[in-house]
Ligand binder design. Sequence first.
Ligand SMILES: [Zn+2]
Length: 282
Amino acid sequence: MVDIGTAQADIGVIGGSGFYSFLKDVTEVTVRTPYGPPSDALFLGELAGRRVAFLPRHGRGHHLPPHRVNYRANLWALRSVGVRQVLGPCAVGGLRQEYGPGTLLVPDQLVDRTKTRVQTFFDGEPLPDGVVPNVVHTTFADPYCPVGREAVVTAARGRGWEPVDGGTMVVIEGPRFSTRAESRWHAAQGWSVVGMTGHPEAVLARELGLCYTSAALVTDLDAGAGTGEGVSHQEVLRVFGENVGRLREVLLDVVGKLPAAHERDCLCARVHDGWELGIELP
Ligand SMILES: [Zn+2]
């Protein structure tokens, strides 16, 4: 284990091994949190002149289904090593015909349809050290960092990959895919894409005063929008594999463009001004 005092990063990327396996001089850091273990060790390295911490959301063997990811531990661990801005690439299903496989959508809204996940640090439960967090109601009208969103949209365009700028991601519990009726209902609400990991990742980042930006890669047309037998995991993996290279390039460009942590001027950094949290953020 490496002393986290010497291993710092200010940008975090929560994604699969495709995002860090090419890095040289990676330091693997195991972080303990009051909420239990994160999905994996953090992989720290340098990218575009910045210190970046990568965390495989599902663990390096992809053994954690979306509903069993310890989202609180993941965000807490990232903040513990200095991270203040988080990029959350994820695979989603398209809810409109025009959002076919290979579409990159940078959502500006989300709808939570998860069922079993702890989605707050401020739950009144004492931490292992006996400290009890206060009741805190966090502003979440705009769940994503506007600066991060702009950086992803600009970077994608710079790579010749015109993204969908804005849209609503509905997050379902999973791990199963939607029925056709559910999918049609999601689409009828005007929602854009459906995923399984975008929540509570986004709100927990906000609760820790972190900037959080989602970059949603469409891997399939969801059951209501598509034809045939419905979404298959093999198809999702195939399309993700075909696009992971250019998604990685976009994210690398984003890393170089994000402001320094102390220069952040968005709501994310100020969301708890005036609140007594009752707990010390790492
Ligand atoms: Zn922000």
